[in-house]
Design a protein. Structure first.
Length: 392
């Protein structure tokens, strides 16, 4: 893996003076003080949502009252997507503390770690929360993953992210729920630049059509028309509570461990074995991209670590679960030679395949209106509805 010198002051790249994003980050630019546009984006969002301030707390309190009112007479009043990770687990606890009646929703791509599965069980059992799960046929799920791997594109786990969104919409529609809670925090995670992190239904369908070998029968594909159906016609709102309120991920993790015997899985996004392969091996090795800079930069912005400490950690090898590579090859039916041949192929990018991206850009005014009404996440509008600088 190509890594830079650990000393941030000796790096041959321009690095943000406020975090550790450097000039290799897609779409980055710096102001006259050397601060990157992504740090400014975080500041703008904090002002807009009043994150951790009275303004944000009041806005979220008003949302909670609307959720309760909309769910009156129903078994559930909100959806909470769960993965077994810190944020979604704590979101369930928070929902119950607020007097809400959440339905937990999980998309099972059949690559869950045992720790994540047990975390979900423990928290749901302790909080007495029902679970709605969609499980894709394991051979079909593997065929989609293998298609993306064979295509040599970065978004090997895109099918999981989109399927979870579609599954939450389906559950909300089935039970007449108008609010979906998501555990994302731009404060603790940042907003990943779109350069190597793009996905939509057309992209997934086009990759699978070209490189897959099975029909998609059980996979919950979200097409453009379904996306509009959920947002414009069903008007199911997406709420990210951590955008409004003060949220401390370390304290949340400690609380979950103490109260529910919840277990940590080794790192951000490592609760799923496909996600772990993506973050710990595939992106760093094939694309020379390490998404740890998102979380590390967030920690620097919050004052939880120094730029020097974050840069040093960023220049260490990512944690790689023992036998994960062998598990990946075996599940996808790849010989050592085929695996290495594909890893050695030149990387391709999402813009080389059919997507909805241009359509999102053309409909930017619509999606801005939907984002302001919490009908689509604001991060979707910021990442998908503007022209993206292409990675080279």
């Amino acid at each position: 893996m190509i890594k830079l010198q650990p000393d941030i002051h000796k790096a041959d790249l321009q690095i943000c003076n406020n975090c550790i994003y450097d000039e290799r980050v897609n779409g980055i630019h710096f102001d006259e003080e050397g601060v990157c546009n992504y740090c400014h984006q975080i500041d703008d969002l904090k002002d807009q949502y009043g994150t951790g301030q009275k303004k944000g707390e009041d806005q979220f309190a008003a949302i909670v009252e609307k959720v309760k009112k909309s769910g009156k007479g129903k078994k559930y009043d909100c959806i909470v997507g769960v993965s077994g990770g810190t944020d979604s687990s704590y979101m369930l606890y928070l929902s119950k503390q607020l007097g809400l009646r959440p339905l937990a929703v999980h998309y099972d791509n059949t690559w869950n770690s045992a720790i994540a599965t047990e975390n979900i069980r423990k928290v749901l059992s302790a909080l007495d929360v029902d679970l709605y799960t969609h499980v894709t046929d394991n051979k079909e799920a593997d065929d989609i993953f293998k298609a993306f791997f064979k295509a040599s594109v970065a978004e090997i786990e895109a099918s999981t992210d989109l399927a979870l969104a579609e599954t939450m919409y389906r559950a909300a529609s089935k039970y007449g729920i108008k609010y979906v809670f998501e555990g994302h925090s731009f404060i603790t995670e940042g907003i990943t630049p779109v350069g190597r992190n793009y996905f939509d239904g057309k992209y997934i369908k086009s990759i699978h059509k070209k490189y897959g070998s099975m029909k998609m029968k059980t996979y919950p594909l979200m097409t453009f028309s379904r996306f509009l159906y959920w947002t414009v016609f069903k008007r199911i709102k997406k709420i990210r509570p951590f955008w409004y309120i003060n949220y401390n991920k370390e304290e949340a993790r400690a609380f979950l461990e103490k109260e529910y015997d919840w277990k940590y899985y080794g790192g951000h996004h490592l609760e799923n074995r496909m996600t772990a392969f993506f973050h710990s091996y595939y992106m760093p090795i094939k694309f020379n991209t390490d998404f740890r800079n998102n979380t590390l930069s967030a920690r620097v912005r919050m004052g939880k670590t120094t730029r020097e400490e974050a840069w040093k950690e960023y220049n260490t090898e990512p944690h790689l679960e023992e036998d994960l590579l062998n598990y990946f090859k075996k599940r996808l039916g790849l010989s050592e030679e085929e695996f290495q041949r594909i890893m050695d192929l030149p990387p391709k990018s999402w813009y080389e395949f059919p997507t909805y991206k241009k359509r999102f850009e053309l409909l930017r005014p619509l999606f801005f209106t939907l984002a302001k009404a919490n009908l689509v996440p604001m991060s979707f509008y910021l990442k998908y509805c503007f022209p993206a600088k292409k990675n080279k």
